[in-house]
Design a binder for this molecule. Structure first.
Ligand SMILES: Cc1cc2nc3c(=O)[nH]c(=O)nc-3n(C[C@H](O)[C@H](O)[C@H](O)COP(=O)(O)OP(=O)(O)OC[C@H]3O[C@@H](n4cnc5c(N)ncnc54)[C@H](O)[C@@H]3O)c2cc1C
Length: 337
């Protein structure tokens, strides 16, 4: 086993924060998992599974072992007249999987185009965009128990998926390594254009959707126009989660701000965190090397050279400001390490 020491993680997190891992290993073969998990280097150290590092903020060096997921392979495992079942190893980049299924004209993942990171990390926070979440097409997940190195399968119902959450982000956090994910996709058109921005884009550009690629291309364009590219400006996408409030709180906010955008979802009312942040004057605001992006108030950016602690401190200022103005507590979507 090739375990490296004092490994630089700067290029392995999209914030571009400069930190080191005490121990580091690239996992590129499933057959090596058990041996690694039973090794003393793994057993006796704090562990962190890393994919694309696009949902992580390192606030200090990692005094343990980082396992970088490099398990590759995408295969069609079963199909019938309506559906196709696709298994992807967890180290595949999410967008490579989306490109594969879109090119094969299978429906289900097209709205999730262009999301950074790996397939193995995607169920951890139940990635979502433009009205679709991974849980909508996920069939099952294969994991390895970090204590025993034994393999186990989680059916979708066991994953406790919610808004940007799953059992792997909550009560089973850090207990399992996700090695592969199996999806159930549609062979027939199953368009989800429910999300207003997508619907408008398709209408404005007179796009008649015939293939998943029509939707995928639209999503790529919309995202490019709004989100900063982490290769150019360090960021981890949305830094905070949207907030769900009750009708009393919604009325209270509406009295003060008639323009508040509120969305009813399954008897809950969603208030966009980006709107709250903007109303508090943070959109486009920069302090030193850190700021909230000028096109998307939810995205916290590192203009270069900021430390993880500085980024965390900045995020606390935003949280305090939203609390003092609205009495609402912003929750971070990004994992703090
Ligand atoms: C520009 C940009 C846009 C984004 N847009 C979206 C979006 O539209 N929707 C959305 O939901 N997210 C979005 N994100 C966030 C991010 O891309 C997703 O959360 C993604 O799934 C993270 O994948 P990763 O491989 O980079 O995970 P990492 O950042 O490497 O890890 C995230 C967490 O998962 C754990 N983990 C990673 N791999 C495994 C594994 N194999 N087994 C167990 N645990 C694991 C890690 O320990 C960590 O806690 C965006 C990020 C960026 C930078």
């Amino acid at each position: 086993m090739d375990i490296l020491k004092n490994y630089n993680l700067t290029k392995l997190n999209t914030f571009g924060v400069s930190v080191f891992a005490k121990l580091f290993i690239e996992l590129d073969n499933e057959s090596k998992i058990k041996e690694l998990f039973l090794s003393s280097e793994f057993k006796n150290n704090e562990k962190l599974f890393l994919g694309g590092g696009s949902n992580i903020l390192f606030t200090k060096d990692f005094n343990g072992i980082v396992v970088l997921n490099k398990l590759k392979g995408i295969s069609i495992i079963e199909e019938n007249s309506k559906n196709v079942f696709i298994k992807s190893m967890g180290g595949e980049m999410w967008n490579d999987l989306v490109t594969f299924v879109v090119d094969h004209e299978y429906w289900g993942l097209e709205n999730l185009s262009s999301i950074p990171g790996t397939v193995g990390a995607a169920p951890v926070q139940n990635i979502g965009a433009y009205g679709v979440e991974i849980k909508d097409s996920l069939q099952s997940i294969e994991v390895y128990d970090i204590e025993t190195g034994e393999k186990k399968i989680f059916k979708k119902e066991e994953c406790e998926f919610g808004y940007r959450s799953s059992v792997f982000k909550n009560k089973l956090k850090g207990k399992y390594f996700i090695s592969s994910v199996t999806f159930k996709l549609n062979k027939k058109q199953n368009l989800n254009e429910g999300y207003e921005v997508l619907k408008k884009y398709l209408e404005d550009n007179k796009i008649e959707v015939k293939k998943p690629k029509d939707v995928s291309d639209a999503i790529v364009c919309i995202r490019k126009s709004k989100l900063p590219d982490p290769l150019l400006i360090g960021n981890a996408g949305s830094f905070f989660k949207n907030i769900y409030i009750d009708s009393k709180k919604a009325e209270e906010i509406k009295l003060k701000y008639q323009d508040v955008p509120l969305f009813e979802e399954d008897q809950n009312i969603k208030i966009p965190a980006g709107w709250l942040i903007e109303k508090c004057g943070w959109k486009g605001k920069r302090i030193g090397n850190i700021g909230m992006h000028d096109k998307q108030a939810l995205v916290l950016v590192n203009y270069g050279g900021a430390t993880g602690l500085e980024i965390k401190d900045f995020s606390e200022k935003v949280i305090a400001s939203v609390f003092s103005n609205f009495g609402l507590i912003l929750e971070r979507e990004v994992n703090l390490i």
